[in-house]
Design a protein around this ligand. Structure first.
Ligand SMILES: [Zn+2]
Length: 415
């Protein structure tokens, strides 16, 4: 039995894909971190379903790793590993997908029921169908096709279903890596949770993230006598404009990333005084900064501090800043890591395109793995409708992803 038998099997899996998606969409798996309905019961019911499903389809090596969380019924956030044995466990191929989803958000914007699968030709609708059920389904269909055709795997294939991806991964991959790390550096790790519509992007790196809140303090007074106070809004507005200098002083470009430069964007703005005739004594706003890994965040902070000081002196105000989030980028997955070449070969074979390695703006679970020295890529074939209303995904993309996964899993690793 060879690769063509496996792809034939995957091509015939449309009904199985729809059925699995139907079950998954009906079990929301929302983190207790969310305050909005429906039930924030965590991932346990979904993982219980997946376990039963996998057992019924011949997966015998299943391991559950529970992360304790007393906010959910049952008190645990389960992570599940389904392993299919190959000739060796060295260099295991991992498919890591997450079971949790985000809440539906504004229900008025949905034209379908978020937790009820709708099938429209090749397109499936429902919360989670893409993020990250597509990855779950692709991994499961690839593994099933390999097992059901009796095709021999050169190395183990493991599907890892992680919890808590959408709310920080404390009970998911972070927990696993800190408590029960199942990976080794020579493993091949794919996170099918992002990518281009034609499958041509293999994400290997991300930028550092800095979310900063600036608070400018002057002195409130009546607007008819500005000399009696210090206008914090004028100083704050100047600060926003001067922070644009960061685009020049930290202006390096790296074509791996899109956009190729670091970005420093003013975003959230707090309201200040409620009436027009008062000079505001406080002004507060936020910046979202995505910084190329070339720049240590300490250097960026020093630049920001300099600009804040300049405004403070010139306007006679106090300027403070506080980090809401500060995530130094992990070292990129090396271009010569086996996983990069294996995915590129598979994409060439299945999609007929030459995939390129890319960097993104930050915030994927891959960073947890990269920080532990585990080379991994984020790859899938998707249109990225995730988190929005009417989330949808194509069955044909799931079939392509399953074939790419099977191709990677069945490829020999160079010594
Ligand atoms: Zn996701």
């Amino acid at each position: 039995m060879g690769f063509s038998d496996v792809t034939e099997k995957i091509d015939a899996s449309t009904e199985d894909i729809i059925e699995l998606e139907r079950e998954l969409v009906a079990i929301p798996a929302l983190s207790p971190t969310y305050e909005a309905p429906p039930d924030q019961t965590g991932e346990a019911p979904k993982v219980a379903f997946l376990r039963k499903y996998l057992e019924q389809h011949g997966f015998s090596d299943l391991t559950v790793i529970d992360a304790p969380d007393d906010r959910v019924p049952g008190g645990v956030r389960p992570n599940l590993v389904a392993r299919v044995a190959g000739k060796t466990s060295k260099g295991t191929t991992w498919i890591m997908a997450h079971t949790d989803v985000v809440p539906p958000g504004d229900m008025d914007k949905w034209t379908t029921e978020p937790f009820e699968l709708k099938v429209d030709g090749d397109r499936l609708f429902g919360r989670g169908v893409e993020d990250n059920h597509q990855g779950i389904v692709a991994g499961v269909m690839a593994a099933r096709a390999i097992m059901e055709t009796g095709t021999e795997l050169p190395r183990d294939l493991a599907i890892l279903f992680v919890a808590d991806e959408e709310c920080g991964s404390k009970y998911g991959i972070d927990y696993l890596l800190e408590n029960d790390n199942p990976f080794s550096p020579d493993d091949v790790i794919i996170v099918p949770d992002g990518g281009a519509a034609d499958g041509s992007e293999i994400e290997v790196a991300e930028k550092s993230i800095m979310w900063i809140e600036f608070r400018v303090t002057g002195e409130q007074c009546h607007a008819s006598m500005p000399d009696k106070g210090t206008n914090a809004l004028r100083a704050g507005a100047n600060l926003i404009v001067r922070l644009d200098e960061l685009n020049k002083t930290l202006g390096k470009a790296d074509e791996l990333f899109a956009p190729p430069t670091s970005t420093f964007e003013p975003t959230k703005k707090e309201a200040n005084v409620p009436n027009v005739n008062t000079i505001p004594g406080e002004d507060s706003f936020c910046f979202d900064c995505r910084v190329l890994p070339d720049y240590p965040l300490a250097d960026v902070e020093a630049e920001i501090e300099k600009i804040c000081q300049g405004v403070a002196e010139e306007f006679g105000v106090e300027v403070k800043h506080e980090f809401i989030q500060k995530e130094e980028a992990a070292t990129a997955t090396p271009m010569d890591a086996p996983v990069v070449g294996l995915v590129r070969d598979a994409v060439r074979e299945i999609h007929g395109v030459e995939a390129k390695a890319v960097g993104i703006g930050g915030g994927t679970v891959a960073a947890f793995l990269r920080r532990k020295g585990l080379p991994c890529v984020v790859w899938s074939t998707m249109e990225e409708t995730m988190h929005g209303p009417d989330e949808n995904a194509l069955i044909s993309n799931m079939i392509k992803d399953a074939k790419v996964i099977a191709h990677v899993a069945l490829a020999e690793l160079a010594d």
